[in-house]
Unconditional design. Sequence first.
Length: 315
Amino acid sequence: MVYQTELISEEESAALRARYAPGLLYAAKADINGVVIELCTSDRDFTDMWRDNFYSASDRVRSHAKLFVVREPSAGESVLRFEPNSKTAFLLNFDYYGWVKSIALGIAGYINEAAHDIYSVHGAAICADGVGVTLIAPPKTGKTTQSWGLLRSENASLISDDWFFVKFGTSGRPQIRTSEKNCYIDADIGDVWGEYRPLVKNVKFDSRGRGIANIRWVSGGSSVVHECSLSHVILMKRDPSDGEKCRSMDAEAALEYLSAADLCNPHQIVRDAYRTGLRKEFFRKLLSRCDVHMINTTGTPQETQDIIRSIVGAH
């Protein structure tokens, strides 16, 4: 984990809120798949990115969870303190917006999974000519590159490039739903796929070389859809010692891979036995209802993209 997570009591949460809340200048509410999460901070850049990133919630609606993003000299770098009952998070000394938004998504997932049987996947999701496809992978294996590559295919629409929610329909087919309005992208996405160079030119990038981008600017309004049924799960790895570029997997083998990789989600917030069990059973059910493949991304981006398209039937 790249930041430290501590669970705190309601009494500790109340004391921290009384300490920090009066000094925070900005507040903004996001609607994350029906969960209202409020950001409270003195960082104007974080507030602006938050408003561009998520669908907004009415100020008249009470929040289900709050994030206080503050500077605390006595704490270490990037410390998360979370109180599970009130769903209140204190993000101490965070300078990276990517973690702020991921923690918000993690808390929304925490609320949804136990109360509403709606589960989180830290992965990209594309609706490719009516067929739902997800790419799930550890960092540095090309998930973002390949998801944006697949989005270039004919009649493809974006569900999410980072995180989406899943609920099983009456037929048992997984129904996936978006989590964010716009994407937090890397500045180099236009270097890999030239179609996105005009998009990059209109993005304000932060000190990490990332910024909020609206894919509709270059692909039109229909390039983003809110939901789709899921048919294909593409797992990814980068292993030069394995010469096999692609192989089909059954649900148990895929679950074993995901379990060993912490479900490819470092932002699960609460990891007790009950929550871990819920998430693993969800993935077992999800994987058993989809066509699953493992892709080894040691080739060029285009070679990997060709393999993915051949699996899902995209052109």
